[in-house]
Design a protein around this ligand. Structure first.
Ligand SMILES: [Zn+2]
Length: 182
């Protein structure tokens, strides 16, 4: 999902122009030539979980684009009015319908090119009964050996899973992984 330029003013609907505002700013912004509203665009947060039962991780098969039919961890855009952990829990409810307990923050991934920050929390599944929502074709558990690495939907999910299994082998989850993707 690349950056989509703003076309019209959110305040009055006039076509905006991209230029550096007159207030000492240094970046091009979408500025309204009619009402002078400056539209600031900043990275969005994507929040999710690594739900685990014993030595298996829960993945969801996507029933939505992009990457329809590929596997992912439950994750989605953070909503206004919730914390990062609340958003991650909500996405886990919506996409997997799993029973779980939230655990610690695991990874913080800056996806610079698309202007997103992805945050994944560990979650401990309480059982293997899932009730996936409409965005998910199938929710199932995978051991490390069973993970369909070539069918993982997003690089952030792959990076998070790789580090998760490495930490598991190491026997500790004491590090929050900070990862920058160009
Ligand atoms: Zn305007």
């Amino acid at each position: 999902m690349l950056h989509v330029p703003i076309k019209h003013c959110k305040n009055c609907g006039t076509a905006v122009v991209y230029r550096i505002p007159d207030d000492g700013d240094t970046r091009q912004r979408a500025v309204c030539p009619a009402c002078n509203t400056v539209h600031y665009e900043n990275p969005l947060n994507v929040v999710g979980t690594i739900p685990v039962l014993g030595d298996r991780v829960l993945l969801c098969k996507r029933n939505i684009e992009p990457r329809w039919g590929k596997w992912t961890l439950p994750a989605g855009f953070m909503e206004l009015g919730e914390s990062t952990a609340q958003g991650a829990a909500r996405e886990t409810d919506e996409e997997a319908g799993a029973a779980y307990e939230m655990e610690g923050l695991f990874s913080v991934i800056s996806v610079v090119r698309v202007g997103q920050v992805h945050l994944f929390y560990r979650a401990r599944l309480l059982n293997d009964r899932f009730d996936p929502g409409h965005e998910t074709l199938e929710a199932r558990l995978f051991t490390e050996e069973e993970i369909p690495w070539d069918e993982i939907a997003f690089r952030t999910v792959r990076e998070t899973l790789e580090r998760y299994f490495a930490d598991r082998k190491r026997g500790s989850f004491d590090i929050v992984h900070t990862i920058d993707i160009a």
